[in-house]
Design a protein around this ligand. Structure first.
Ligand code: GRF
Length: 237
């Protein structure tokens, strides 16, 4: 019979376990990136954010990454000052992936539509945080649309990225009731608090194997769960 590890041995074992190499793609404030940085630094998530890609040079997310000492690639303009075409962006992003060797690519407030070619050839599964309870309200202005539709519940989803916009397999969702007083702004603020919980929770579920992503021969990822789910986390905002 094998001897049980002491708490110290268990702690060392935990530290030695390989961290998931994560690349985060951003376009804006990066509050979700910050939550991941904080969780990583606190040792609460076994991840190593090996790089951040921003498609905007004015994204505050860049400052957050730099303050944490994380490599950043700003892929917004070409050397001649022209805004980067998506193909050029993707060529540079692929080169960064080759350098950083991610196990997981996280789109956290990343606002450019990526080509099928880029998604299909990504070197790691790609997940996206979307501010609605997919499959409803794909695309933009989700909070406004939820209010206009008189939705009773709203929330956010983490899903696999596929060529079809916001249509990949949903991994996790968090929801809240919409109040009669909600405006698009108040709803956005409340949903964003949920996002800050859902994204690290989802990555934790991936790192500890509750959700596993299996990639087939066509490089298409599919999630399977330890329990039979799609997992819906009901989190207080
Ligand atoms: C999030 O609210 C996300 O739902 C949307 O963009 C926002 C990004 O926020 N797609 P941040 O950059 O993480 O602060």
């Amino acid at each position: 019979m094998s001897q049980q590890a002491t708490p110290q041995e268990a702690a060392i074992h935990q530290q030695q376990r390989k961290s998931l190499r994560v690349v985060v793609m951003v376009s804006g404030s990066g509050s979700n990136l910050q939550v991941l940085i904080d969780a990583m630094q606190a040792g609460a998530l076994p991840i190593d954010i090996v790089g951040v890609i921003s498609n905007r040079e004015d994204a505050y997310a860049i400052t957050r990454a730099q303050q944490a000492g994380i490599d950043v690639a700003v892929l917004s303009h070409t050397a001649s000052g022209k805004r980067m075409a998506i193909r050029t962006f993707e060529t540079h992003a692929s080169a960064q992936f080759a350098t950083w060797q991610p196990d997981l690519i996280v789109l956290a407030g990343f606002m450019r539509v990526l080509s099928a070619d880029f998604i299909d050839n990504a070197p790691a599964p790609m997940i996206n945080l979307h501010p609605s309870l997919l499959p409803v309200y794909k695309g933009m202005q989700t909070h406004q649309r939820a209010i206009q539709a008189g939705a009773r519940y709203h929330g956010c989803s983490v899903h696999l990225v596929t060529a079809e916009l916001d249509a990949g397999q949903v991994l996790t969702q968090a929801m809240l009731p919409v109040s009669a007083k909600d405006t698009a702004d108040s709803l956005q603020a409340r949903v964003q608090k949920l996002e800050h919980k859902l994204l690290p929770w989802t990555i934790l579920l991936l790192t500890n194997g509750v959700i596993s992503l299996n990639v087939n021969e066509q490089n298409v990822a599919k999630a399977t769960y330890l329990p039979t789910l799609p997992l819906q986390l009901f989190i207080n905002s």
